[in-house]
Design a binder for this molecule. Structure first.
Ligand SMILES: NC(=O)c1ccc[n+]([C@@H]2O[C@H](COP(=O)([O-])OP(=O)(O)OC[C@H]3O[C@@H](n4cnc5c(N)ncnc54)[C@H](O)[C@@H]3O)[C@@H](O)[C@H]2O)c1
Length: 444
């Protein structure tokens, strides 16, 4: 029997990158997904997601046989020692992480154990989940430490640069109280940290909390800067200057200081919510997180009030062109995207919307269907439009032909949610230009 050393259960943004990168390092990997159509596609060599650089590794390792795909969970569990769970943990109705996918798979796998297995949780899960997974498997008569161990191994990759992040992680966090499991995990990851970056071994709960603390901190940093931007608009300061001014302080750092129309994506929104929910469960009010959630919800819609007033106080019958649908550049992921939040409000206000994104048209069509129209390129998106809103910082939007833009829009007005253009230049070109935290005064 062929020995697939690693199984990855759940082949989405995290699972597919995890499986592919382990295969790239020479391991034999069997990826499992419940979605038959997705597995059939991957077997034919079709990537189910857009992630820069992944297709080269995917093709290479699929062709050399180290990366395989199946819907057969039993086969994957039997043939592997390392079993990664890269399953969804979406927010439940109360904001807490929905653990039904993780615990559902945990319930299924025990009966298939035919030797020692390491169950490694890569999904972002609340504190205590490793213990819950262990208990679920124990209930199936399996012995901890002999038949299996459960390890927390949160993933820190960023969509858009996921391959690089996975192959050269700044740190690998491993949560386990089993010395044997810790040693096995260290050896597994050793090829990824030849540059000397650390593999940090800690207890399961601390590891689970590390992931939430990281995402909540980053979401807070962005949100703080968005609040500074909102204040800049009122006091007449420029958030770009402030970003450079504070970012050069090494205690603050340069990253995650770009003001805009809020954060989105499949991680920050749900992880901040889940951490706030965990706090509540444990009787602690995490006030900063509540503020972050509130501010971001407003910030995602920050372009709408100035746009509405520009359009005479109502969206009824107005036509809005949108550039950018993905929650950030270099991905097709539209989960919790600011553009989507805006589109919902525009439609509710009676506007019609025409959109373009280099990668996220199909993922958006799956959400909005024929409620909006889809353009073939950035200029096509402007056809019949009154004004333009920019919602994602794709490079393709940075240097458009402004004469063409002006010629197509009914009003020369641009609402830039990602601060891609220089206010002075836009004014010189004759546009009404609104960005985030950069009020423009003539002569500046
Ligand atoms: N996307 C990111 O950037 C990122 C980064 C770090 C951590 N995470 C975390 O990783 C986890 C996975 O996120 P994702 O973005 O890859 O999710 P995803 O929705 O892209 O992928 C999940 C996959 O699991 C499959 N699946 C669902 N139930 C299954 C089952 N019973 N058996 C087998 N497969 C099943 C789905 O079909 C899907 O392909 C989440 O907890 C997320 O918070 C995500």
């Amino acid at each position: 029997m062929e020995n697939h050393f690693i199984a990855v259960i759940g082949t989405g943004y995290v699972g597919l990158v995890t499986g592919t990168c382990f295969a790239e390092m020479g391991y034999s990997v069997l990826c499992v997904d419940i979605d038959e159509a997705k597995v059939a596609k991957m077997r034919k060599g079709i990537m189910p997601i857009f992630e820069p650089g992944l297709n080269v590794l995917f093709d290479r390792n699929r062709k050399n046989g180290r990366l395989q795909f199946t819907t057969d969970l039993e086969k994957a569990v039997r043939e592997s020692t390392f079993i990664f769970l890269a399953l969804p943990t979406p927010p439940g109705a109360d904001g807490a992480a929905d653990l039904s996918y993780v615990l559902g798979v945990a319930k299924q796998i025990g009966p298939f154990f035919n030797g020692y297995k390491l169950i490694i949780n890569k999904s972002t899960v609340p504190v205590g989940t490793a213990d819950m997974v262990r208990e679920v498997i124990e209930q199936q008569g399996k012995r901890v430490g002999i038949d299996f161990d459960v390890v927390s191994n949160p993933e820190f990759l960023r969509e858009g640069v996921a391959v690089d992040d996975f192959l050269k992680p700044e740190r690998v966090v491993i949560g386990t109280s089993s010395p044997q499991a810790g040693e096995m995990m260290k050896q597994l990851y050793e090829p990824f940290v030849r540059n000397g970056n650390p593999i940090l071994i800690m207890d399961e709960r601390s590891s689970e909390m590390t992931k939430y603390a990281a995402n909540a901190f980053l979401a807070t940093k962005i949100t703080f800067m968005n609040e500074i931007a909102n204040l800049c608009e009122r006091v007449g300061a420029n958030v770009d200057a402030i970003r450079v001014g504070i970012g050069s302080d090494s205690r603050i750092g340069k990253q995650f200081l770009y003001a805009g129309i809020g954060y989105g994506g499949s991680c920050f929104p749900k992880d901040v919510q889940a951490l706030a929910q965990t706090s509540e469960q444990f009787g602690y009010r995490f006030k900063i997180l509540e503020a972050v959630l509130n501010v971001n919800e407003q910030q995602q819609l920050a372009l709408l009030p100035p746009m509405r007033s520009y359009l005479g106080g109502s969206f009824q019958g107005k036509r809005v062109a949108i550039w950018g649908l993905a929650f950030k550049a270099n991905t097709d992921d539209v989960r919790e995207a600011s553009a989507h939040a805006m589109i919902r409000q525009l439609l509710a206000g009676g506007a019609s919307v025409r959109v373009f994104d280099p990668e996220a048209i199909e993922t958006t069509r799956a959400v909005f269907g024929n409620q909006i129209t889809y353009a073939t390129d950035l200029y096509d998106a402007l056809e019949g439009g009154d004004v333009l809103a920019v919602c994602t910082e794709w490079n393709a939007f940075r240097k458009p032909n402004w004469e063409v833009v002006k010629g197509k829009l009914r009003f020369p007005a641009i609402f830039d949610g990602r601060n891609l253009y220089a206010p002075r230049q836009m004014e010189e070109l004759g546009f009404f230009y609104h960005s985030i935290g950069r009020p423009y005064r003539k002569g500046e």
